[in-house]
Write a protein that binds this ligand. Structure first.
Ligand code: RI2
Length: 320
């Protein structure tokens, strides 16, 4: 599959889920190496930058995508020769894919500690990281039951209930708007994340913040399962995370919408849950309260304010 095909699959959500998007993008970048003009280091870098840009432009919200591309491209850019650049591309891409896969397993182990025998859980959307926690708790012999939401408009809840069903976990499938009605039956809400800001606010599938609000009201804990590369370094200097607005046709068929002259359809794919509604963020490095988001960005993602400022300045120069 070409890089452009991968980019299209990410855009159309055939490849979806923040972690999977990052791994697929890095894999595509690595494979792209064989197709680019490698007559000089400059030419090679130019083409790889363009390719990374194409992947970056597919979906704006999941920060795993820019973080993964940055992790790979940063060492490619620093290479002193063409050979070095190509070696850096391959070794960084392989390292990212391996470590992000291990991270999900580790999150499963750590997250499972926060799930007790007999717990009734609720999850929203289809998150590999959140599912890893539930599946690991089940594997350890804890009896859990899961309420899984439908997740309009793309119905990713179907993927979740299939995975839970395959594992033999008793599951109840509910429409998104039923979440509050069942909240008093829930012991723990567990969701994934597409991006986490430096203030601990969690960006996840649209509807997560309503569930978090209902959980908060019912005094039900909410755990977010997220790899450290879901934390958004650019929020350190106040940059906002862009919320993807998808095609209105995903919500209402164009022929119906077209006949309703006074109706506008909105289709934001994500929303923001403030840190005060998040009890714990489980990463592969351990479980942290959302207030420690900056520490995670600095210590585990390796970004500090100075590095960020350097990159920010370079970006701005590029735009001039
Ligand atoms: P993992 C998904 O976004 C969902 O919002 C999910 O919670 C999040 O990515 C994280 O998924 P989308 O691609 O990385 O379905 O934990 O829009 O698998």
């Amino acid at each position: 599959m070409s890089l452009y095909e991968t980019a299209e699959k990410i855009r159309t959500m055939e490849i979806r889920g923040a972690g999977k998007i990052a791994r697929a993008a890095v894999e595509a970048l690595k494979d792209h190496d064989h197709t680019v003009d490698a007559s000089s280091l400059e030419r090679y870098l130019q083409e790889m930058e363009r390719a990374a840009g194409t992947l970056l432009a597919t979906r704006p919200t999941a920060v795993s995508l820019p973080n993964a591309l940055h992790f790979v491209m940063n060492s490619v850019r620093r290479a002193a020769s063409l050979d070095e650049a190509r070696r850096a591309l391959h070794s960084r891409a392989d390292a990212f894919i391996a470590s992000s896969t291990t991270a999900v397993e580790r999150i499963g182990e750590i997250g499972a500690r926060h799930i007790s025998d007999g717990d009734v859980l609720m999850t929203h959307c289809n998150s590999q990281a959140a599912l890893a926690c539930i599946l690991e708790a089940h594997r350890q012999g804890k009896e859990v039951e899961v309420f899984a939401t439908e997740v309009r408009p793309r119905n990713q809840g179907l993927l979740t209930i299939r995975a839970l069903n395959d594992a033999g976990i008793p599951t109840r499938y509910i429409v998104d708007s039923a979440a509050r009605s069942f909240m008093n039956d829930i012991d723990l809400v567990i969701v994934g994340s597409d991006a986490i800001a430096v203030n601990g606010a969690v960006v996840n599938k649209i509807g997560t913040s309503q569930i978090a609000l209902a959980a908060h009201e019912a005094r039900t804990n909410l755990v977010v399962a997220a790899e450290t590369y879901k934390f958004a370094p650019r929020t350190i200097l106040g940059e906002l995370i862009e919320i993807e607005e998808r095609d209105p046709g995903e919500v209402l068929a164009a022929d119906i919408a077209g006949a309703l002259r006074h109706v506008t359809v909105h289709n934001p794919a994500f929303d923001v849950t403030p840190a005060e509604y998040v009890d714990l963020i489980v990463t592969e490095q351990g479980a942290f309260p959302p207030e420690l988001a900056y520490v995670i960005i600095r210590e585990y993602l390796g970004w500090d304010i100075e590095e960020f400022q350097k990159i920010f300045e370079i970006d701005h120069q590029d735009q001039e």
